[in-house]
Design a protein around this ligand. Structure first.
Ligand code: FEO
Length: 395
């Protein structure tokens, strides 16, 4: 990838992975991704911030060669996950005098996962600094953005924050900066939902702390660089807030048409009450879209038939995902059907036990829905409306 200078002698030297379509064998990547790495040259020392995924490590070395980098003194490792650290051994092989600068926990992870020898490390702590001569790097320990060892790096003189995963987006683009704000907003929100949302409370504290730092540029290690930091900061402040919107996320699956009929009726009932609903037929859903919808919604309703006494496996997966992502949802309910018995609602409640939600009484029907079942769906829609009014999200 082309090397670009974002400030004098501060270069973006990372790579795009245009056609990667799955991350961690779990997260869909409709727009590919990038592994950003930054080279900072001071009057005395040179530092590389984050490396890249091993699949692209040769491109990183090529980029450093293109700008005639003959020595690297420090490799700053903000995060041990391999999309940022996997290229470090290759960098150390190419620049044997370099030392890996990181915090104690990240050092432990890098030694365990990448077998980097202990003597290669220079350990820093919260607020610690290293001098590059005329430039200074400051380290902000910020656990759980995305793993427990994560930290942020701040280049004081240029007011650039390098937050690694935080404020990033899985978006391969030729744009260096977030110029297409609508696209970047969408990608960054999806990324937040998939990676950061479980750690919302930690991120609230880290972002509150950033007021101590003047920020001209936020340069994450995925997606474009934010040269207008307020754009991404205000988006994050909205996503991490405790406020929810007048929205229902409705993942559902139907086998023989009963849940499908209930879903159609329920969607209309909700729309008549001017509540936004986002249905996801789980046999056709991109789970990233489902995760993104969970960022704002006040209510989740899961729709499923009963299979072998429990929920359909697709509904189990959706419930597990909601539970793991820990959205700020306030209410949950279930609609579904059964043929002769089972414990489907109980099992779904167990699967969502992490969520701090109030359960609105489910609507469970035997066989195909009948007039009284449609009335029950209207009652459920009314209850959701009242609950949303009760928390002040309907004017
Ligand atoms: Fe981009 Fe948590 O790694």
């Amino acid at each position: 990838m082309t090397v670009r200078e974002i400030r004098q002698k501060v270069y973006a030297v990372g790579t795009n992975h245009w056609d990667r379509r799955l991350f961690d064998e779990l997260i869909p990547l409709p727009d590919g991704t990038s592994y950003n790495s930054y080279l900072i040259m001071g009057s005395e020392k040179t530092a590389l911030i984050d490396a890249v995924d091993p699949a692209k490590q040769n491109e990183l070395i090529d980029n450093l060669t293109k700008i005639n980098i003959s020595k690297i003194d420090y490799v700053i490792s903000n995060h041990a996950e391999q999309d940022h650290s996997g290229g470090i051994p290759k960098v150390l092989e190419t620049y044997p005098m370099a030392r890996v600068v990181t915090n104690p926990k990240c050092k432990e992870f890098l030694m365990e996962h990448l077998l980097i020898p202990e003597e290669k490390f220079l350990v820093v702590n919260d607020n610690g600094t290293i001098s590059l001569g005329n430039r200074t790097l400051q380290f902000i320990i910020a656990p759980w953005v995305h793993w427990p060892e994560t930290m942020l790096t701040y280049l004081k003189e240029e007011k650039i924050l390098f937050p690694c995963d935080l404020f990033g987006s899985h978006l391969a683009t030729s744009d260096l900066y977030s110029t297409d704000e609508a696209k970047v907003y969408e990608s960054a929100k999806r990324y937040y939902a998939e990676i950061m949302m479980p750690f919302r409370k930690n991120i609230q504290k880290h972002i509150a702390r950033l007021v101590e730092f003047e920020l001209d540029i936020i340069a994450p290690s995925h997606g474009p660089v934010h040269n207008k930091p307020e754009f991404i900061l205000s988006a994050y402040k909205d996503w991490i807030s405790d406020n929810t919107k007048n929205e229902i996320v409705f993942p559902y699956v139907s086998m023989h048409g009963s849940v499908e009929k209930m879903a159609e009726y329920f969607i209309d009932a909700v729309m008549k009450r001017n509540i936004t609903i986002k249905p996801f037929n789980l046999t056709k859903t991109d789970n990233g879209e489902l995760a993104m919808a969970l960022v704002d919604a006040a209510t989740v309703v899961i729709g499923t038939p009963t299979v072998l006494t429990g929920p359909h496996p697709a509904a189990v997966y959706a419930a597990y995902l909601c539970n793991a992502l820990r959205p700020k949802t306030k209410f949950i309910s279930i609609i579904g059907s059964y043929g002769w018995g089972g414990k489907m609602p109980e099992k779904l409640k167990e699967l969502t036990s992490n969520l701090n939600v109030e359960l609105i009484p489910p609507v469970i029907v035997r066989g195909y829905p009948k007039a009284s079942d449609f009335q029950a769906l209207d009652t459920l829609a009314d209850s959701i409306l009242e609950k949303h009014k009760g928390i002040g999200i309907i004017g």
